[in-house]
Design a protein around this ligand. Sequence first.
Ligand code: NDP
Length: 273
Amino acid sequence: MNILPIPLKDKVVLITGASSGFGEDAAWLFAQEGCRVVLAARRIDRLRNLAAKIQDAGGEAIAVPMDIVNTDEIDNMVQTTIDLYDRIDILFNNAGIGRVGWFEQHEPDRDIDLLIKVNLIGSMRVTRMVLPHMLARREGHIINMSSVAGLTSAPLIASYAASKNGLRAFTDALRREVYPFGIKVSGIYPGPATTEFGSHVHGGNTYSSIRSRLGPRLSSEQVARWVIAVAKRPRRTLVIPWWYQPTVFLERYFPRLTDWGSYLFSKIKHKLD
Ligand code: NDP
């Protein structure tokens, strides 16, 4: 970890999933640090409003419509950024969707394929397009938004956990691959936070009832502030809030305990459903 924070002024930051939640708040905070932010997602009206808000506050932002399952739109997003700024200093891979519920009830196209395409393959494809530009300059920072579900694999979120564990594996492998060439790669692993995420999750009722039992939630702004902190002082992994760290420790070193807790949870939940 860097001792002195990296100044973010004038950095070009590409953010996927910037139309709400962590992406929107991080975009605002990056802009306040003096970064030039490129906002990407499907809801272009939201992005334009955010870009206007940033510009009104004296910052620099552009909105680019992009569906992360569409390779041409990814290419267009990256090319637009390069044409405009000639570089990408920070890539924040943040776009994501969720699915909660018994796996046997997952609808294959929507709840399995799409989830993996958006949460894992999408971020990998964006990274693949951005990386050559960073490697050419021997500089850059890729920040991947995984989840605590990317370090622990809980029942009822099998597809989501698979996508976020996959993103963690990609993050770790890529970091080791590109570190010698001056590129940093970080993984962020938040617990539940208050954003629109729940309202987009299929199986939202189950999601709400589980989430309400998981204790206090992070705010979107808190997570966004951590993203900025990681950009200033790049680190391998960030698990937030801290009280999820013991859960991650248990999963890693005492998986039987996690299995046992999950077994009880699944049995009780199945009876209730
Ligand atoms: P939001 O639903 O508020 O934001 C999700 C963002 O992803 C939106 O900007 C959405 O934009 C974008 N997105 C979704 N699908 C696509 C797509 N096909 N193409 C392009 N963009 C897409 O949720 P959060 O801010 O909470 O989530 C951000 C990230 O954080 C996600 O990866 C999520 O998995 C992760 N996370 C969330 C947690 C939480 O509790 N909220 C906890 C841990 C991790 P649009 O719909 O306009 O395309």
